[in-house]
Design a protein. Structure first.
Length: 380
């Protein structure tokens, strides 16, 4: 039997063995201490936490005190939206976001609406990009925060974040960006993006699940989501997930020196995959932006295809792919991202997302195209 082919790296990535090794002492009787304890066991954990915070801060071009560890991207997004809107009620009650955000942002925004806040959900163009002009027009004197993701998890489209940051700051509005997808695959620096808040997640960069971080620019008031002990400078109560945080930092440390080379290799593989799909399957179309996109994302539609049955057939052939975001597949809801891009029904219905990763090989992609071409040919 041949090995399975994993092309769903936007859903999650395998934990690198080096990451697991780095975490191990903190899962054993070696270094199990509580970082809040003053004795030597506690202090060992505290040191690990401090080191991890330095690593994540340096990777983003931030200061250590600006990093709060969370239980993942979802919590960081919730903390950013709720925490900022709650803390700035004296200034206003208006949030601007987009129709193509991850559910963690969209559903936080919807929750804020039930609390009486007002939210504008900006449209995108056919390639999934927000117009900076629309952002500018949506700002009112009640606008507190703009939340626009760096790169989309379904189609890989990269947003014009720097332009949006300049518009936001010229009007005294804060900017949050969900950089969960981009962080592992392209340079993500606060100097470049100029965001006031930024979300990352460990399991999208070959780290463990259940841990992430939120950057909050120094001096920006934010209300915590969790109340309890004084951990994380009173921003996030609860004994820290030390093994997870150590794992996140280890993943970041491994990622940085290889990210540029990885980006280039993935982009080459992506082009290869796309050109062989086009050569082997008549009528296949790319969803998303052709150039302003993540190097590992290929979201394509097949005339006459149906994502559910394509995925099942691929799975049977040993290939893991996705029809969109992992959170909505399994249900028959059409993708909110493709719908917002106003693609014709057949493209929404037949969209398949193949996301490559560190371990992806040319051979795997050739086999995938063969299998897909066979599946599509069979149903005509
Ligand atoms: C995966 C993902 C999240 C959620 O992160 P978790 O750590 O799984 O909670 C948020 N935003 C984007 C863009 C993602 O891809």
């Amino acid at each position: 039997m041949t090995e399975r082919i994993y092309l769903d790296h936007a859903a999650t990535t395998p934990v690198r063995p080096e990451v697991r090794l780095a975490m191990e002492p903190y899962l054993s009787c070696d270094a199990f201490g509580n970082p809040s304890s003053l004795h030597a066991d506690g202090q060992r954990a505290k040191h690990a936490l401090d080191d991890a915070r330095d690593t994540v801060a340096q990777a983003l071009g931030a200061q250590a005190a600006e990093i709060t560890f969370t239980s993942g991207g979802t919590e960081a997004d919730n903390a950013a939206l709720l925490g900022i809107m709650w803390a700035h009620q004296g200034r206003g009650d208006h949030l601007i976001t987009t129709q193509v955000e991850h559910e963690a942002v969209l559903n936080s925004a919807r929750f804020l609406e039930t609390l009486g806040f007002r939210v504008t959900y900006l449209p995108v163009d056919e390639q999934g990009r927000v117009s900076p002009g629309d952002v500018s027009q949506a700002i009112t004197d009640r606008t507190v925060l703009i939340s626009v993701m760096h790169a989309n998890n379904e189609v890989g489209t990269i947003q014009p974040l720097r332009e949006i940051a300049d518009i936001a700051h010229a009007r005294g509005v804060l900017l949050h960006t969900d950089a969960v997808q981009s962080f592992g695959q392209m340079p993500v620096s606060l100097e470049g993006l100029c965001a006031d808040l930024l979300t990352i997640s460990a399991h999208k960069i070959y780290g463990p699940k259940g841990v992430g971080a939120l950057y909050v620019r120094a001096g920006v008031p934010i209300e915590p989501l969790l109340h309890g002990g004084a951990q994380e400078r009173q921003r996030r109560a609860g004994t820290e997930n030390v093994p997870g945080i150590v794992g996140l930092a280890a993943a970041v440390r491994l990622l940085l020196p290889e990210r540029d080379a990885l980006t280039a290799r993935l982009a080459r593989l992506r082009d290869l995959l796309l050109s062989s799909l086009r050569a082997c399957i008549p009528g296949v179309v790319l969803n998303g932006h052709p150039t302003e996109c993540l190097p590992n994302n290929v979201n394509v539609s097949f005339p006459g295809g149906d994502a559910e049955s394509l995925l099942l057939a691929l799975d049977l052939a040993g290939i893991s792919a996705s029809s969109g975001s992992a959170c909505t597949s399994g249900s028959i809801e059409p993708s909110h991202v493709l719908t917002a891009m106003r693609l014709p029904g057949w493209r929404v219905k037949s969209a398949l997302r193949l996301t490559l990763g560190r371990g992806t090989t040319e051979d795997e992609l050739c086999r995938t195209v063969d299998v897909l071409a066979n599946i599509v040919a069979r149903r005509h």
